[in-house]
Write a protein that binds this ligand. Sequence first.
Ligand SMILES: Cc1cc2nc3c(=O)[nH]c(=O)nc-3n(C[C@H](O)[C@H](O)[C@H](O)COP(=O)(O)OP(=O)(O)OC[C@H]3O[C@@H](n4cnc5c(N)ncnc54)[C@H](O)[C@@H]3O)c2cc1C
Length: 430
Amino acid sequence: MSNVLDGTLEISQKLLTSETLPTLILGGGFTGLFTALHLSRQHYTTPTILIDREWSFIFKPLLYEVLSGEMNMQFISHRYDSLLHKSGITFIRDEVQSIDLQQRQVRLASGLHYTYSNLVLSLGGVVGYCGVKGAKEYTLPFSTIEDAIALGKQLRDCLQRATQSEELQQKKTLLTFAILGAGRTGVELTATLADLLPDWYDSLGGEISDIRVVIIQRGKKILKGDRDRLRQTAEVALQKRSVIIEVMLETAVIEVRQNIIVIKRNDLVEEITAATIIWTTGIATNPLIDALSIPEGGRDPHGRLKLTNTLELLDFPEVFAGGDCAVMEHPLPLTAQVAYQQGAAIAHNLQALSEGHSPIDAEIEMRRTLMKLGLNESVAELFDRYEVQGHLGHLIRQAAYIELLPTLARNFKGTLEWISDELFQRCSGV
Ligand SMILES: Cc1cc2nc3c(=O)[nH]c(=O)nc-3n(C[C@H](O)[C@H](O)[C@H](O)COP(=O)(O)OP(=O)(O)OC[C@H]3O[C@@H](n4cnc5c(N)ncnc54)[C@H](O)[C@@H]3O)c2cc1C
């Protein structure tokens, strides 16, 4: 049975009496959870504690399904105590408050504090608002399960109020849904909303042609940084949704006020009124990572921690990091598939160190891309060569996520096999 603590509960006697300082893993997302799971599989003998402020691991690539209700929550949210059952890893649910790299100490909100032998920093990032005035106050983020639930409520509320609104401008505002940012999250969310909203509004007796969905992007293209073929597929998919999507390119959002987006395009400043404004662009550094005292040159321009190829911090070889809070010599996209592989590599190197061996360079492969492009429609890029679109793409995404997700809930060994073999490696199996 894994040790599960809530900070306020008693710490296991094993940990208190152990002479060996523990390995601490801060953050149980894709990097931290999979570091822990791999350590367990390797029979790592150093006491290991995973700390996260939430009780459950959230499978973020499926947040759209939380919103649409296409999938039951039990497949998307997985309690750490269940995932770490019999793993030998201690889970503590608590908020990390401070990290002292020099003293090797971590303090938690509950008052607990630890001195560590090795540390894994896997705290992810936070929503970044790129200095846009009013963005934090007047837009909805889409990055956590709470965000997805709050957005769902907001959408239903707007649609319901619109059915009873007799004032034309008010109705128009309620029925305008703006997505700021046309990266992967923005595009996937826009495509989902453009199918979902008409469905919901129709069931309320509303006129679906009154719905306006707008996606705004500062640059010239959607999906900046992705392959042209993927972009073209996404563009076609956006055009085919149940309501018309207005894609505004080369449009800068300069301010957001209540129900108003101030944009600049072609040197003209305009205002768009929308009751729902969703922010999907920008990841900022976690404040705990920002607060770390590390020598100059230890961060990239975004504040992320620079790593050696072995995933250690430049000046603190006992500290490993991965995922959205860190950057390797050759920067990689901030994705779950990178974070997950870094977790495996960190576990390998912690094991090597504990056995007196040198850590080895992490080899991270970009494997496949799965993108949701509407209800029951996705694109699956396999081996960088094949692209499967539409309903078949959706079935592949479902096969990868849904069919195999129950395994994730069942046991941690299954979790590892599911993620490593099915989702990210064994592309030929689909
Ligand atoms: C809507 C959405 C869709 C996505 N879709 C995809 C996709 O299809 N494919 C893909 O590869 N990637 C996708 N991503 C990106 C992917 O989810 C991230 O890159 C990945 O989760 C990063 O992993 P991580 O371990 O660095 O951080 P995270 O997974 O964010 O985990 C960080 C953990 O740290 C914990 N934490 C943070 N601060 C504290 C604190 N002070 N105290 C205690 N705990 C703390 C958090 O609770 C969290 O559990 C998506 C992201 C979003 C938001």
